[in-house]
Design a protein around this ligand. Structure first.
Ligand code: AMP
Ligand code: GLY
Length: 420
């Protein structure tokens, strides 16, 4: 089978590596990919928003399955754009992708279908928002409606922070804002829960917990993710049952009531309190770096899963082994603020990996046979073992061996599941 993958992050390198293991694969194209994918697939220099060129390339190169990694092309309707072709496109369509594309869309579904989530209010102008905030109890969470690359969420401790958030959102910091969402602050511990849906049925494909803050002890600015571990310590079958019946089933019914179905990964971002799940957000794709920790645990053929999903035949439970997986992200110094670009990463070939150890590239590119860091999050080091302590210890050894002077990473990833 000839397969295309859209995206250029660690998630897409992990997907590429996993499907490469399948006997069914004859060729993989990554659009645009990174230095890591270029070693195991063919990178294609097309922008991910250029649907026309992607479609032409897929048709010319006889791509049979196109896997969409990031949210933006899904929210922009790439799946719908391919509807007149025979190419299977893995991911939800434009309507279903609103679950990530519009937080207000999701909140309205939560209200209508009684899905547990924080109480909320929607404001259509700054004056009404300010009036509400002036007598509100804090902390509160203020969010822009649309995609904001993880940045449109403000946890506000007091009215001043609330007003700043409202001004920034209505001021257009995340694009033209017609409305704003104010949410009650949820106490508890977060867990990310992943399923894969075929339009009718869905199967569980793991849990993880990520560390979004740049600094150790979860301090400092928010990032795209500094590392994560899988499975989450909060997971148990009773909780899974509640997540399925109280959150996922009604959401999939809501999408059906809109006259369509959900197909693809569904990332359920949850706050767990007293073993009860509350929905924080949906994402219509795999998490990054959660994907990099979960796929190494997968015991089934990922290509078979994707194809069955596209055919509406995802019948079997997905098998994951019971090991403990950690991913640590090596970032460019300065990230998430300004950082230097095009810095060579020397000696990557000399870092030898044991079984169950992986390096997935994120912001890298290959130029004149040299690997350069082109993004803030550069390399994902993953180790799978019998316990989280060993996984993290082994990763840190690998990062120390590489000794990339322009990089930094958090040494405390997984501290909630590692005592020392
Ligand atoms: P979101 O993009 O909606 O997932 O929000 C990003 C992060 O903000 C989440 O991962 C949570 O850590 C935090 N967050 C969002 N909404 C809430 C809430 N209602 N209560 C507490 N924390 C929240
Ligand atoms: N790691 C968080 C996300 O993928 O949205």
């Amino acid at each position: 089978m000839i397969v295309g993958i859209i995206g250029s992050g660690g998630r897409e390198h992990a997907i590429c590596s996993k499907i490469k293991e399948s006997a069914k694969i004859s060729k993989i194209y990554c659009i645009p990919g990174n230095a890591g994918t270029s070693k195991i697939a063919s990178n294609v220099e097309i922008k991910i928003e250029d649907f026309k060129s992607i479609k032409n390339f897929c048709l010319e190169n006889k791509i049979e399955l196109l896997i969409v990694g990031p949210e933006q092309p899904l929210v922009n309707g790439i799946v719908d754009y391919f509807i007149d072709t025979k190419i299977k496109v893995f991911g939800p369509n434009k309507i279903a992708s609103q679950l990530e594309g519009s937080k207000i869309f999701t909140k309205k579904i939560c209200s209508k279908y009684k899905i547990p989530t924080s109480n909320f209010k929607i404001f259509e102008n700054i004056n009404d928002a300010k009036k509400f905030l002036s007598s509100a109890k804090f902390p509160l969470v203020i969010k822009s409606d649309g995609l904001a690359a993880g940045k449109g969420v403000y946890i506000c401790k007091n009215i001043e922070e609330g007003i700043t958030a409202a001004n920034e959102i209505f001021g257009g910091k995340f694009g033209v804002a017609e409305n704003l969402l104010v949410e009650e602050f949820l106490e508890g511990e977060e867990m990310s829960y992943f399923v894969i849906c075929d339009g009718e049925n869905y199967q569980f494909i793991g849990t993880a917990q990520d560390h979004k803050r740049v600094g150790e002890g979860d301090k400092g600015k928010n990032t795209g993710g500094m590392g994560c571990y899988s499975p989450s310590r909060l997971f148990n079958s009773q909780l899974a049952e509640k997540i399925n019946s109280e959150i996922i089933n009604p959401t999939l019914s809501a999408i059906k009531d809109l006259g369509t179905t959900y197909r693809g990964f569904l990332y359920v971002g949850l706050m767990i309190k007293d073993n009860k799940p509350y929905l924080v957000e949906f994402n219509v794709r795999m998490g990054d770096p959660e994907c990099q920790t979960i796929l190494p645990l997968l015991e089934d053929d990922l290509i078979e899963i994707f194809v069955n999903c596209c055919l509406g035949k995802l019948k079997n439970k997905i098998r994951l082994n019971h090991k403990k997986s950690i991913c640590i992200v090596l970032c460019s110094k300065g990230y998430p603020d300004e950082y230097k670009k095009n810095i060579p990463i020397l000696g990557l070939d000399t870092v030898s990996l044991k079984e169950d150890e992986y390096i997935f590239h994120a912001g890298t590119k290959l130029e004149n046979n040299e690997i350069l860091a082109s993004g803030g999050r550069v390399l994902n080091f993953v180790s799978v073992s019998e316990n989280f302590y060993n996984s993290r210890k082994d990763i840190i050894k690998l990062i120390d061996k590489l000794n990339w002077k322009n990089g930094f990473f958090r040494k405390d990833i997984g501290y909630k599941v590692i005592d020392v």
